[in-house]
Design a binder for this molecule. Structure first.
Ligand SMILES: C[S@@+](CC[C@H](N)C(=O)[O-])C[C@H]1O[C@@H](n2cnc3c(N)ncnc32)[C@H](O)[C@@H]1O
Ligand code: SF4
Ligand code: SF4
Length: 422
């Protein structure tokens, strides 16, 4: 059992906490988030426990559990798979004052934590100001970085803060594999940032890896690297979003590798594992192979999570930055809360979805037809199989999609490529 603690109590006495659990009422009962072990618990009265929790969550929550917030489109790297096509800062990005007003709103909604990304979030001059403001207001922060600006001074500063998780991204266990995706020198930079966190005594940071055809055989080595730092490994499914739309066909794991990933995750992410691997619940399409992977196995877009982009536009999830999935703007009347509660798009996503071509598949309950973003940006219908369907149905459908006919990502902040004449 947890001690019930309101968000306001947490704010009033941050250092004298007996418990670091925040609780929020929801239509089905309550949600409790433990800031010490980062665990989310669902509490339901017995009478409503007859509906499976997943079905209840599909109808949406009063507020997101967490949300991704991309602070800027500026980035010093140009990764070939970048889901937000980052590079150049957009002149219309939220100001510090606007960002703090969003945090005030999230506090009022009792959002438990935010996942800060970008672009490279540490590039913003007000990065520490925004992070501190969030944490001081009782909203935990998890941020993802390529490590460039994570100096020894920054590591010491971050170590002094509470309710903060840091993810450092690498996409290969060696410079050759990693730099082919993230650019020359990026592996050494990321490792240096990890070393700074270790020296500063930050504790268990996370190493974040997007699983690709080229690094899938390195999963054991990624885990060993994380263990060597006392860190936690987090693996994510590659989506064909942003610049990933152009690189996905070469980078995404093959069907045989999907089986390999599933077996590896089953062995390393369950409660039986010491230091289990985290997945951000992104591999639920693999549940079609049998025993479900641990986690919330459903698409949470617009139901339990969403994205705020650097301009304050709200999208259903970080992987669908496209007008079709734009729900509104935090700059609009009623701010973020109005978008979450009233947007037409989010209402539709919370309605029962059609299984379409997947209806006759015996694995539908387990896999739910896979990821909306993966289907959308490969040009597949949303009510049909995922392009990486483990039974091969998506691959068959992909073969019928004409070159150049898949939707293009909305915003592109990539830096212009300079061609050198030889
Ligand atoms: C968009 S980045 C922003 C934060 C920071 N610049 C970084 O690289 O960590 C956040 C995370 O998304 C991952 N990512 C980028 N493109 C992706 C894609 N197409 N599919 C899945 N994850 C992706 C990155 O590797 C990184 O771990
Ligand atoms: S994924 Fe790469 S290009 Fe995209 S924001 Fe992160 S470091 Fe920059
Ligand atoms: S056919 Fe559809 S439901 Fe069945 S495994 Fe493939 S994506 Fe999942």
């Amino acid at each position: 059992m947890w001690r019930v603690l309101s968000v306001d109590q947490r704010i009033a006495e941050p250092s004298a906490q007996q418990s670091s659990v925040a609780m929020r009422r929801e239509g089905f009962g309550a949600l409790a988030y433990d800031y010490d072990n980062r665990r989310l618990t669902f509490q339901r009265p017995k009478r409503s426990a007859t509906t499976p929790l997943v079905e209840r969550l599909k109808r949406g929550l009063d507020a997101p559990i967490c949300l991704t917030w991309e602070l800027t489109y500026a980035c010093n790297l140009s990764c070939v798979h970048c889901l937000s096509s980052s590079g150049r800062r957009d002149p219309n990005e939220l100001t510090t004052t606007e960002a703090k007003a969003v945090i005030d709103e999230l506090r009022a909604l009792q959002v438990f934590y935010i996942n800060i990304g970008g672009g490279e979030p540490m590039i913003r001059r007000d990065f520490f100001d925004i992070v501190s403001y969030s944490v001081d207001n009782g909203i935990g922060v998890k941020f993802s970085t390529n490590g460039t600006y994570l100096t020894s001074d920054a590591a010491a500063r971050l170590t002094a803060m509470d309710y903060l998780d840091i993810q450092i991204s690498i996409d290969g266990v060696d410079a050759t594999t990693n730099d082919a995706v993230r650019g020359s020198g990026s592996y050494d930079t990321a490792r240096r940032a990890m070393d700074h966190l270790a020296v500063a005594g930050f504790g268990p940071f996370k190493i974040s890896v997007v699983v690709t055809r080229q690094n899938v055989d390195q999963l054991d080595e990624f885990k060993a690297l994380a263990d060597s730092y006392g860190a936690q490994l987090r693996v994510t499914r590659l989506r064909p979003s942003g610049r990933g739309a152009d690189s996905w066909h070469e980078l995404h794991p093959t069907n045989v590798q999907q089986h390999q990933i599933y077996r590896w995750l089953l062995a390393h992410s369950g409660p039986q594992s010491t230091n289990p691997v985290l997945t951000g619940d992104s591999f639920f399409h693999l549940n079609a192979l049998g025993e479900p992977l641990p986690g919330l196995n459903m698409c949470g877009a617009g139901r339990v999570v969403c994205l705020i982009d650097p301009l304050g536009d709200v999208y259903a999830c970080p992987f669908v930055i496209h007008d079709e999935f734009k729900a509104g703007s935090v700059r609009g009347p009623g701010g973020f809360a109005a978008v979450w509660r009233e947007s037409e798009l989010f209402r539709e996503l919370r309605e029962p979805q059609s299984a379409g071509a997947c209806a006759s598949c015996g694995s539908y309950d387990a896999c739910q037809g896979g990821c909306m973003a993966a289907k959308f940006f490969t040009g597949l219908p949303l009510d049909g199989p995922d392009p990486e369907c483990v039974h091969g149905d998506g691959e068959l459908q992909l073969a019928g999609i004409g070159a150049g006919s898949a939707p293009r990502p909305a915003a592109d902040h990539s830096r212009p490529v300079t061609f050198i004449k030889r």
